[in-house]
Design a binder for this molecule. Structure first.
Ligand code: ZN
Length: 266
């Protein structure tokens, strides 16, 4: 699943390619929108809210899309070959004189009145990369259900928006707690620090081409690795050398160091 920073980068690229320009072609390949034609309208802006993309279009319309697991928006120059996947995976094409944006494998694609955007994204908690970010609200949301496993609570976009599977694993490592620890068992300062760290990591990576969570590590740690635990099954923990373990949580793989992440912390 794309992380909030990936979605923000996608929104920025789409905004650069589309905003302020008149659509010369539009093709929305989902049954409900098959007859919708946006040609002749100007794209006002493209923003992200958590992992949702909102393309605002002249006339009070918003094209709402979500990348879920493997969706993507690609931008092409006129005449350039489209390489984002086979044609049957294309869900949306928005073109102006200079750029063509093609949306692949979008599980969510709907056209809303801009004034109704909140119905689509209003359930989200504070967006780690959004203007509405509020650490106290995010922390309060996370702790609403103290028995909930830490990893699940972090992934629930209603608590705070923007954390995907990678940041989830990395944040649990940095909090020195397993993804299964009931979140209410975290000491209050640790829980608060977790929210601060999430914000710092996503901010630090918002413009980086390669995501990293180890750049603030003490010298010698993680120097050659971008991530602490994610995807590092059986490789030595960068902090203590213990082999990293993996198991499914909520049907998706998660990773942790059994030594560094051994339980409730101070
Ligand atoms: Zn370790």
């Amino acid at each position: 699943m794309p992380e909030g920073d990936t979605v923000l980068q996608t929104a920025n690229r789409l905004d650069t390619a589309l905003a302020g320009r008149v659509l010369t072609h539009s093709d929305l390949r989902v049954p409900r929108l098959a007859t919708a034609d946006l040609t002749g309208r100007t794209v006002l802006d493209v923003t992200s809210r958590g992992k949702h993309l909102l393309t605002r279009i002249e006339g009070g319309l918003t094209l709402h899309s979500h990348l879920r697991m493997d969706g993507a928006w690609r931008i092409y120059a006129p005449g350039e070959r489209w390489r984002g996947g086979p044609a049957h995976q294309i869900r949306a094409v928005l073109a102006n004189a200079e750029h063509t944006a093609v949306g692949y494998r979008l599980p969510v694609l709907e056209l809303l009145r801009t004034r109704d955007e909140e119905k689509a994204v209003g359930h989200l908690g504070p967006d780690l990369l959004g203007p509405d970010w509020n650490a106290e609200t995010a922390l309060r949301n996370l702790l609403t259900d103290p028995a909930r496993p830490l990893g699940e609570a972090l992934l629930d976009q209603r608590n705070l928006a923007g954390i995907g599977n990678i940041y989830k694993a990395e944040l649990c490592f940095l909090a020195r707690a397993t993804p299964w620890l009931p979140i209410g068992d975290l000491a209050a300062p640790t829980a608060a620090r977790l929210v601060t760290t999430a914000k710092q990591l996503l901010e630090a990576n918002r413009d980086r081409p390669m995501r990293t969570t180890t750049s603030a590590a003490p010298r010698g740690y993680g120097a050659n690795e971008r991530l602490w635990v994610y995807g590092r099954t059986n490789r030595p923990c960068l902090r203590c050398g213990t082999p990293i373990r993996t198991a499914d949580q909520d049907a998706r793989p998660t990773y942790w160091c059994p030594r560094c992440q051994s339980g409730p912390t101070h």
